[in-house]
Each structure stands twice: as C-alpha cells, then as structure tokens.
Design a protein around this ligand. Structure first.
Ligand code: NAD
Length: 403
C-alpha cells in the first residue's frame, strides 16, 4: 500500500489491523447472527432455541420497599408465562394486600399470582417445596446466603440480593455544596433503610474539612418526624428493636474510637414519644479495621473517613465485604472513568447518591450483596424466568414429497 498508494508505513499497518479486526469479528458470525428463530446450520438442518416458562416461582421480599421490590420480579415472571407466589416481609404485610386487591381486578386465572404471609417457616416451606422451581429473594446477606444455598441444594434456580455498606468517595474537585446535599439525601433518606444508601463517605485530600462541615450541617437540619406530615424529611426506623440495634452500633463505634459529631440517639419527637426514631447521625474517626466499619447499620448513620488520594479511596472501597453500590463525586472525567472500572460493586454512581438502575437495566450487586448470576429487572429477568430449549431438526430435500 505504501509503494502503491503512498501512505506512510505506520498508516498502512494501521489500515491492515482494521481489516484483520473485521475478519476476527466476522468469525463470530454464528453467534452474532443467531436469533431465537430457525437457523439453517447445514444442508437441510435447522436449529432453534425456544424459551419456556420455568414453572412456579417464589418471591421473598424485605421490609424496606414493600411495594416496589416484588415488582423487580413479578411482571417479568408473569409475562414469561410462570405462576408466582409472593411472600412479603412479616413486618409490612399490608402493602402487598393492597397490590393484590388490584391484581384481583385483572381476573387472572385463579392460582396464577398468589400471596402468602409469614416468616422463616414459610420461607423454608417455599424453599423445600418440590413444585417451586425458582426463588427470587431480597433481604439481608446472611439470609440471602442461606436461601441461595438451600434453594440450590433443592435444585432450584435462585437469585438472592443481600445487604450493603455503600461508600461514596468525594474528590476535592467535586461541587461540594451539591455533593453534601446529594450525600445527605442518600444517607438519611428512607431513614437509611435503603440497600443503596450511602453509609460511609470517603473524602480525598482537601475535600475533607469542607465536606465534613457541610454534611454535619445537613444532618443536623434534617426534619425527622411523622411520615404523614409533608414537611417531614425522615420517618422512624422499622421497629423499636431496630432502633436499639442502630443506637447500639453507634455506641460500639464510639467505643471503637469514633466520635459522633452529630448524634441522633435518644431522639424525642413531640407527640410520638414511643416512636422508633433515630435522628441523622455522623460519625468520624472510626478505624477502618473496626467491626462497625464492616457492619451494615441500615439506619440514618454516615461514617466519614479521610484518605490522601483516589487510589487509597478505591482500595478502601474494595476492602469492604459488600458490593452493592459505590459512588464518586468529581468534575474529572478521568477520575470517574478510573473509579467506574476499578470498584468491585454492582451499581456505580458518578455524582449520583442512590445509583438505582432503571427497570430496563439489571439491578446488579456483587460480592456479599448478591448470590446468583441473573439479577432482577430487564433482560436478566427474562432469562431468569425462562427455560431455554434448543431444538435441532433434520429435513433433507428428499423427504419433501409432492402431493
Ligand atoms: P431480612 O433478611 O430480615 O428478611 C428478608 C426476608 O427473609 C423476609 O421476607 C423474612 O421473612 C425472611 N427471613 C428473615 N430471616 C429469615 C431466616 N432466618 N430464614 C428464612 N427467611 C428469613 O431482611 P429485612 O430486614 O427485611 O430487609 C433489610 C435487608 O435487606 C438489608 O440488609 C438490606 O440491605 C437488604 N436489601 C437489599 C436489597 C438489594 O437489592 N440488595 C434491597 C432491599 C433491601
């Protein structure tokens, strides 16, 4: 090409590399061309893949999003032709009853979508029932791990989403006013009872002091109270037992060396003296190796840590045991790209505090935050709720008879 056309050798080599790349991609044609329809794989031979319903599927849900989480699975399972049993959390049985009042109006054939209530024993009955072929679980990691193991041992397919301990990393080039607002919403929204809630903030370099000052102010000014009051920003935690557990973990963090710079314990909300309220809490100075630093608090508690550079921040993120979400706050594209590739989590936020995927993306999760392979929502859900069947057919020309 250089002799004939005149371009420099480096350009000729580059052109040829591009030609070779096309040959390599074209070698994948059997896969690239494959649809779910008939393929003429050899003379007179077709191969097709069909998807069929898995059968009876069960959904076991947690307390924190009683109406939404079953829908990560229910409409996909139904659209794929399965029948479904839903077991909500025993702590919030009413929301699904409302949903079922609407489902009744669809006049689906009886037995297609079913509701059962109960706790551990009902879960075990579902896991052991031979007719149930697939389990979709969302809850704490210990239970997710247990459910995954027991379902798999019984030969069922299972997708089990577990707990979280989500870090947000704040770089010095971030817009700190916007960042502190977004992080406060992430950490204290839903009273911190959200699997994508920020539960620790890692500040880098000069972001440390200004972020820490801003987040304290946001925490202290958040309005806590009765959720029916439109001016309230944060309601109670789920039970008194949960409140005691969260307050116990704050006390333990302090005993492990942390300072509660905003302390939300012993909250008294006028008119709701018996409510399970914990106000927003910010702790600083918790040693990274301490027990609380690795425990999911699932309450409105943000722990602030400080490191000198982004590599240390990513190392800290990856040293955590959970892998649900990690977010970065920055105005640098290069740092955003590095973070997105290097953090070992299922959902990544860049300047986003709650990186919840839209319904056409899988609700991912990694390490102790997810057991299984196919997730809820989108294309993953279609694969989970269908059984693939591949058919090879031989129809040679000579078998075609004239009538
Ligand atoms: P949980 O694990 O206590 O309960 C979840 C479900 O499992 C409930 O239906 C419950 O009845 C059942 N269950 C509880 N203990 C069981 C046992 N020993 N054996 C069998 N079944 C049992 O969880 P929770 O407190 O309701 O929900 C909060 C947890 O869920 C948090 O850890 C949170 O991070 C997690 N969560 C994760 C996601 C995600 O997408 N990864 C989403 C929401 C909540």
């Amino acid at each position: 090409m250089t002799l004939e056309q005149g371009k420099p050798l480096a350009e000729s080599r580059g052109e040829l590399r591009r030609a070779i790349e096309n040959v390599e991609v074209a070698c994948g044609t059997p896969v690239l061309i494959q649809g779910y329809n008939s393929e003429d794989i050899a003379a007179g031979i077709d191969e097709i893949m069909i998807r069929q319903p898995v059968g009876v599927c069960a959904i076991i849900a947690p307390f924190n999003f009683p109406a939404m989480i079953p829908f990560w699975f229910l409409p996909y399972a139904l659209a794929c032709g399965n029948t479904i049993v839903i077991k909500p959390s025993e702590r919030v049985p009413l929301a699904m009853q409302q949903v079922f009042a609407l489902i009744e109006k669809l006049k689906l054939p009886s037995g297609v979508v079913n509701l059962v209530n109960g706790g551990r024993d009902v879960v075990n009955a579902l896991l052991d029932h031979p007719t149930i072929r697939a389990i979709s679980f969302v809850g704490s990691s210990a239970t997710a791990n247990y459910v995954y193991g027991r379902a798999a041992a019984a030969g069922k397919r299972a997708q089990c989403a577990g707990g979280a301990k989500n870090p947000v990393v704040v770089l010095p080039d971030a817009d700190l006013a916007a960042t502190s607002e977004i992080v406060a919403d992430s950490a204290f929204g839903c009273a911190g009872q959200r699997c994508l809630a920020a539960s620790w903030a890692i500040t880098v370099g000069e972001a440390g002091r200004p972020f820490s000052d801003a987040i304290r102010e946001k925490a202290a000014s958040r309005v806590t109270g009765n959720g029916l009051d439109e001016t309230v920003q944060m309601g109670p935690v789920i039970t008194g037992e949960s409140r005691s557990r969260i307050e116990g973990l704050i006390a333990k963090a302090i005993s492990e060396g942390a300072r509660a710079v905003v302390d939300g314990r012993n909250a008294k909300i006028s008119g709701f003296e018996k409510g399970s309220f914990v106000r927003p809490t910010v702790i600083e100075g918790l040693p990274a190796a301490s027990e609380v630093a690795h425990t999911e608090i699932f309450g409105p508690v943000l722990s602030v840590h400080h490191v000198e550079n982004i590599d240390d921040a990513i190392a800290l993120v990856n040293a955590g045991e959970y892998g649900n979400m990690a977010s970065l706050f920055t105005t640098s594209g290069a740092h955003a790209r590095k973070f997105r590739y290097e953090v070992e989590v299922g959902n990544v936020g860049i300047n986003v505090g709650v990186a919840a995927p839209m319904a056409f993306f899988p609700f991912s999760g990694a390490r102790k935050s997810f057991f299984g392979d196919l997730h809820g929502q989108g294309r993953d859900a279609i694969e989970f709720f269908t059984q693939e069947k591949v058919v090879v057919e031989r129809w040679p020309k000579q078998w075609t008879r004239k009538f």
